[in-house]
Structure formats: C-alpha cells, structure tokens
Ligand binder design. Structure first.
Ligand code: CMC
Length: 429
C-alpha cells in the first residue's frame, strides 16, 4: 500500500521521510505518523487536509459529485435498493442475497420494540423539549437496558447492538414525536416495511389506523437511504472518537446524535425551513442573499454548500426528484414556501458568488421540503437524519473495533501563557 515516499525538509534538521499511502480510489495520503520523532506535529484545524482513519465503507469524490457505499453509487442504491438492504451493505460490506436479506429484515423486526421501562424516561422531559435533546437522552439510556450486549470486544455483541440500534431508532423517534404531541405512543408493527412502520408510529393513533401511502413510504425510505452514511463527517468522527476510548455503542451513538444536531451539520434541514420562514416572502430574497454574501454578517444560506462536494451533491439530485414525486402525490402546487425555496435554488445556481464558491443546494435543502410536505414537524427533521445515519455510525464503529485502533487523541498548537509562577492574592492587581 505504501510505495511512494514524501520528504519533509525542516530548516536546521535532517529531512524526514514519510510514506505515501494509496487507497483503491481517491487521493494518496502522506502518512505523518513518523513525524513525532522529529519533534513536530501537523496542524490542521477542521481536518481540511487530514485523513483521520482508513475505511472501506464510503467513498466521496466531492469534485465529481460521486458518493459510493461499498463501491455502489448512491443513485443506484436509491433507485434499485431499499433502506434495510443498504443497511446490510454498510454493515457487512456486500449486498445480501434473498435469504440473507430475509434473515436480516426478520432480525431487525425482532428488535423494533424498546423496553417498557424506557417509556418512563420521557416523563422527565418537558413536552416542548427539542426532540434532539430527548433523543440524546433516550438513546444514551439504552446502554442501561442492554447489558447483555455491551462487551465491545465480542463480535456477536457488536452485531446485536448494531441490529438493536437500527431497529429501535424509528420507535424512539416516533415516541419522541408522540410525547411532544401528548398522544399515546404507538407500538411498532412488524407486518409493515421499515419506512411504513415509522410513518404508522408517527401518524396513527390507537383510535384511528389509516393506511400508509406507498408513495410517501417510498419517499421516506429514500430519505433514509440518502442519509445512511457519508464517510468521516463531524458526527461519524465523533462516534469513532467516542468509540476509540472503549465506550459502549449506545453511548457512542448518543455522542453522534449530539454532534449531528448542529446547524452546520444535520441541523441544517431544520434550519432551511426556519430560514424560509424568516425570509417570509419572495420580495425579501434579495435582502437575504445580500446578507449571505456579507462577510460581516453571520447569516448563511442554509441548505447550500458542503465541505466535500464542490460540485452537485449527488444526494440532492435524487432528493429533488423525490421532492417532485411527493409534492405531486400530495397535490401541493401553490405553496408559498415552496415557491420561495425554488426561487432561492434558481438564484444560487446563477449568482456568481455561489457559482465561484461552488455553493450548490445540498441534501438538506430538499429533504426539509419533503419532510414538511409529509407532515413531519420541523423540529423532527434532524431526528429523522439521526435515525437514518445510525447505520452509518454503527458501521464505522464496528469497522474501527474489528481492526487495530488507538484512542483518538489529537495534539495542539499551544498559544497560551508559557510556565509562570503564582502571585499571592494580596499582591495581584
Ligand atoms: N451561504 C453563504 N456563503 C457560504 C455558504 C452558505 N451556505 N457556505 C459557504 N459559504 C461561503 C463562505 O463564507 C466562504 O466564503 P469566502 O471564501 O468568501 O470566505 C466560502 O463559501 C467557503 O465556505 P466555508 O465555510 O469555508 O466552507 P466549509 O467547507 O467550511 O463549510 C458548510 C461547509 C456546509 C459548513 C457551509 O457551506 C455551511 O455552513 N452551509 C450551510 C449549512 C448547511 O447547509 N449544512 C449542511 C451540509 S449537508 C448535510 C451534512 O452532510 O451534514
């Protein structure tokens, strides 16, 4: 894997030879692990030029707008696969055959319920708590319920924890919503598909069970597929870092949920709708575009731009198509917020500021519009992202634990005070 070498010339010191590692696709990386012996570290806040790990799960070419899971393009998975099949692929490395798929689906269905006692946790939260705050709490609390599978060094325990998390996330997400509404929580129904079951638990009540629209279930399933994994983003890196200390999987996923919540990451889908509300009317767009361009204004156009994609976000292309299908199914045509969103998209795709900086609409721009049309409240958007991303997080966690790994422990460039002596309180100015 390392055939080329890089040489680092440090003034006044002997050159340091660093191996260059080659992946299957993508840029080579300079292995700086040997640099410590020279008395230097690398400095890369935000990991702009640093690969934090080796992985076989997901590949992104941000310049070309390519996203592959285990080698398969996201467009093909969205079109020809379903979410649970994608989960199997991410977790196991290969697509399942018919028998493996049936077994996996049945395993997941066996674990859709949560411990009855877990329900009591919800009562500790205010009804108006942000659903992500509740999710951080209840997912972390799972570690208190499944002691039988917490040995992280046991591959079977890791496997069962992964299945439990994928199975229980829709149940927990729907429970969070029902709690906020003051409605009875709905038990999962194993005769339904993963996406249908989620919509059932969200929108049905014990006194009225309505059939789930196949178009909306398909759209939901697509949203899950498109959010399933995205290599070493902030929340996945958080899960890996938490996992590297030996923390249990439920605690690691709770850490991932916390990292996802921020508006620069998973919180963006909620932020898009909040922004559209704030803009209010097409006539105000120019003012907000000017704010987005103003360096002295912290306002950013939510749902635009991406750290890695400097071309179109391939997930956004599929999401836009799904968005059109959902709006058609629901007969939504003249929604003012939708009109506003489409106008923003148009401006961003033609305005030189956005073109020069490659600020295309990202996946969260369209997912917010779809989720709103389905009837999911804005505050639940990031919860749905977390539900779908759980499989990505747990796949990375499993990958890390099944090979040699070290505790994640970055170094720093210290710019604080050098050593100094304390002055007695009476002598301090
Ligand atoms: N609106 C206006 N200007 C922007 C935006 C935006 N949404 N995003 C980036 N810029 C500008 C930024 O000011 C900078 O300009 P300049 O070069 O003149 O200083 C330039 O574009 C490069 O941006 P950056 O902040 O250095 O890029 P980054 O890679 O650090 O940040 C980002 C990426 C996603 C955090 C950022 O684009 C952003 O905050 N976007 C809005 C939030 C959003 O939609 N996030 C969801 C990402 S997709 C879901 C996920 O994977 O989590």
């Amino acid at each position: 894997m390392a055939d080329k070498k890089a040489q680092l010339i440090i003034e006044g010191a002997a050159p340091v030879e660093l191996p260059i590692l080659t992946g299957t696709v993508g840029p080579d990386v300079i292995d700086v692990r040997g640099l410590g012996t020279s008395g230097h570290f690398t400095f890369d806040p935000g990991f702009m030029a640093t690969a934090s790990c080796e992985s076989k799960i997901t590949y992104i070419d941000g310049d070309k707008g390519v996203l592959l899971h285990r080698g398969y393009p996201i467009e093909q998975l969205a079109e020809q696969s379903d979410y649970l099949e994608t989960c199997y692929l991410l977790l196991n490395g290969e697509l399942p055959n018919a028998e493996q798929k049936a077994q996996f689906v049945s395993n997941v269905k066996n674990h859709t319920m949560v411990h009855e006692q877990l329900k009591t946790f919800f009562n500790g939260f205010r009804r108006d708590a942000h659903p992500m705050a509740v999710m951080c709490g209840v997912v972390g609390a799972l570690s208190a319920f499944y002691h039988d599978s917490l040995d992280i060094n046991n591959p079977q325990h890791r496997e069962i924890s992964a299945v439990r998390l994928v199975a229980k996330m829709p149940t927990l997400a729907a429970m969070v919503y029902k709690y906020s509404m003051g409605q009875p929580m709905m038990y999962p129904r194993n005769d339904l598909s993963y996406a249908e079951n989620f919509l059932h638990m969200m929108f049905n009540t014990p006194c009225e069970i309505k059939p789930i629209s196949p178009v909306l279930a398909k759209a939901m399933d697509r949203i899950f597929i498109l959010h399933a994994d995205h290599e070493q983003n902030a929340s996945t890196s958080t899960v890996r870092l938490a996992g590297s200390s030996g923390a249990n999987p439920f605690a690691c996923i709770a850490a991932g949920i916390a990292a996802l919540w921020g508006p620069a990451h998973g919180g963006a889908n909620e932020a898009v709708l909040t922004m559209l509300d704030e803009i209010g009317d097409v006539s105000n767009i120019d003012t907000f575009i000017a704010k987005a361009k103003d360096k002295n204004d912290p306002f950013k156009l939510m749902g635009f731009g991406h750290r890695v994609y400097k071309n179109r976000d391939p997930r956004a292309t599929v999401m836009k198509q799904t968005c059109d299908e959902v709006l058609r199914e629901l007969g939504i045509k003249d929604d003012p917020q939708l009109e506003l969103a489409m106008r923003l998209e148009e401006i961003a795709l033609t305005d030189p500021y956005f073109i020069e900086r490659s600020l295309y609409p990202n996946v969260d721009f369209y997912s917010g519009i779809i989720l709103k049309a389905i009837g999911i409240p804005t505050s639940m958007f990031t919860v749905i992202f977390a539900l779908a991303r759980t499989v990505g997080w747990i796949s990375h966690w499993k990958e890390m634990l099944s090979g040699p790994y070290k505790i994640g422990r970055p170094r720093q460039l210290y710019t604080g005070e050098p050593q100094r002596d304390l002055t007695a309180l009476k002598d301090r100015k």
